[in-house]
Design a binder for this molecule. Structure first.
Ligand SMILES: NC(=O)C1=CN([C@@H]2O[C@H](COP(=O)(O)OP(=O)(O)OC[C@H]3O[C@@H](n4cnc5c(N)ncnc54)[C@H](O)[C@@H]3O)[C@@H](O)[C@H]2O)[C@@H](O)CC1
Ligand SMILES: [K+]
Length: 511
């Protein structure tokens, strides 16, 4: 699903109005009707007090129109206009009039007004600012937002939580509606998925306001949300007349004394995701452990006991994953550098492999094109430099990806795979996966997909999704705390099955 920027949303609104030959208030009425139906289907007339805080733009207009629909269905409502500017939008004014025609006069809140009483049992509708917010809210509006947050009432935010800009970090973190349930129109907003801004949101849901489908399809966006519908077409089915050679021979290179487990996790994941053959290359100290832990994996060792000082693979690997637990000894760095020069195929580089690249940036020249780098935030910072917020981080990563023609997987709650100017935002995964070794599993997963013929960008996007789904299945059985990296590997098979499962509705249609 595409993630539109605010200007793209305004453009889609405009084109829809032209193509469907409707007036803009019809679009607002659709938005309000969707909001109303969402609320009405849950409350079914329950007399809970609903307090609506409406700004003076179109977000406020949505709130006004919603208030009218709630009033017509006899809900107990209280409407406030948060009068932060005299520049009221036409559709706001229209809906204010419609409300007055029904004998409801909202309270106008200004700098001088007392803060209204809000009980924890009330429902608050936040329609103060939408995607039009482009400067810090006035201090008194900020205080009102803080007051709403402190009320502990259930807050429904219209389109986007007020105080949160759609294209950057908030100016004042306490002047943002927090923990709300966001009902967003038509398309998700990027801020919902970034660590610095996603924290303001409890849950979000999309409401379809009938924007023109052709415009939605044709608009090229910088970000895409990756869910099951996006991932399913990438799946490469296993062929009946195939053999292990069909699915490639992966090589996982890494490990040092005390960190052999990283290679074990990566090679096990690589095998489990479907690589035909897997060979691990480790220092000698890892030999017995690996042969015992994963009998299906073949093991090659270097000449040293505790670290890698030279990498020799006596065959042409189909795919390579390198870096987990490898350390940064001078000899290891030299071996890594020589291997980069030798390899011409894209590979997956993780952990200390990334730290070596950050320390010796000249080595980036030798990284094969289309290689996949899988940094966590600290590793990314070492590669691209510090950033002031998530948006700058993404810009820097895009520039890095373009310069080196590499795919960068920024790991996090919503892992984002960046290739050149585009970011793919993952939707699977859970906080249980913030645990030792889960990155090693991801590296093995992506390597194993590449060995089966997935192109690098697809392998990264599909692998991140599948890895997150395996973590979700694991958490559903064990709870978040007990998710371990080895548990994620164990659930890769269930994740495939979950991905390929025919939805119930389709099944019953066909029978
Ligand atoms: N046709 C459309 O564009 C539709 C828009 N809809 C709603 O319209 C919203 C966008 O509406 P608007 O563009 O009117 O903008 P908002 O309602 O988000 O903001 C109101 C206006 O206040 C001004 N402003 C921005 N920051 C301010 C600040 N800190 N202090 C004071 N004034 C400030 C801006 O000029 C902005 O246009 C969406 O989020 C959505 O809720 C929906 O009705 C669906 C259709
Ligand atoms: K809002």
């Amino acid at each position: 699903m595409k993630i539109f920027s605010a200007p793209q949303i305004y453009q889609a609104d405009k084109s829809t109005i032209e193509k469907q030959q409707i007036s803009s208030d019809i679009l607002m009425e659709r938005a309000a009707t969707q909001l109303f139906e969402w609320i009405h289907s849950r409350l079914r007339g329950t007399q809970v007090k609903i307090q609506l805080f409406c700004g003076i733009g179109n977000n406020g207009g949505d709130g006004m129109a919603l208030a009218r629909l709630l009033l017509e269905h006899d809900y107990s409502i209280k409407v406030y206009v948060v009068n932060y500017s005299e520049k009221r939008s036409e559709d706001f004014l229209l809906n204010l009039e419609r409300l007055k025609e029904r004998k409801l006069w909202p309270d106008f809140l200004t700098k001088e007004s007392e803060l209204p009483e809000i009980s924890p049992d009330d429902i608050v509708v936040d329609a103060i600012f939408g995607i039009g917010l482009n400067r810090p809210p006035d201090a008194w509006v900020g205080r009102l937002i803080q007051h709403i947050n402190a009320s502990r009432a259930f807050v429904l935010a219209v389109d986007i939580p007020s105080g949160l800009p759609s294209n950057g970090a908030p100016w004042n973190p306490s002047h943002v509606i927090q923990g709300s349930y966001v009902l967003s129109f038509q398309v998700p907003k990027l801020v919902f998925f970034l660590p610095g801004t996603g924290v303001y949101i409890n849950q979000w849901e999309l409401l379809d306001i009938g924007l023109d489908t052709e415009v939605l399809q044709k608009t090229e966006t910088d970000f895409e949300l990756i869910g099951r519908p996006e991932v399913l077409p990438m799946y490469r089915p296993r062929l009946k007349f195939s053999h292990k050679g069909t699915y490639g021979h992966s090589v996982i290179i890494g490990g040092s004394y005390g960190k052999i487990g990283a290679v074990q996790l990566a090679s096990n994941a690589c095998l489990t995701v479907g690589s035909g053959l897997v060979t691990a290359f480790v220092p000698k100290c890892g030999y017995d452990a690996l042969q015992t832990a994963v009998p299906e994996v073949m093991v090659l060792t270097g000449s040293r006991d505790k670290s890698i000082s030279g990498i020799e693979i006596p065959f042409e690997p189909t795919a390579v994953g390198i870096g987990m637990g490898i350390g940064m000894d001078d000899d290891t760095v030299a071996a890594f550098s020589a291997f980069l020069k030798e390899m011409k195929k894209p590979m997956v580089i993780d952990a200390d492999g990334l730290n070596i690249l950050a320390k010796y940036p000249e080595m980036l020249e030798d990284v094969p094109e289309f290689s996949i780098l899988t940094p966590h935030p600290k590793e990314l910072e070492r590669l691209v430099g510090k950033w002031k917020d998530d948006f700058e981080k993404l810009e820097k990563t895009k520039a890095f990806s373009t310069k080196h023609n590499a795919i960068v997987v920024i790991k996090g709650a919503h892992t984002i795979t960046v290739y050149k100017g585009k970011g793919y935002v993952n939707t699977t995964g859970n906080p249980g996966m913030a645990t030792a070794g889960s990155g090693d599993v991801l590296t093995g997963t992506i390597t194993g997909l590449m060995s089966q013929g997935y192109l690098p960008l697809q392998a990264a996007i599909f692998g991140v999704y599948l890895h997150g789904l395996a973590g979700d299945v694991c958490a559903s059985k064990n709870g978040y705390e007990a998710v371990k990296a080895s548990g994620i590997v164990e659930h890769i098979g269930s994740a495939y099955m979950e991905l390929l499962r025919q939805p119930e509705a389709e099944k019953s249609d066909n029978t």
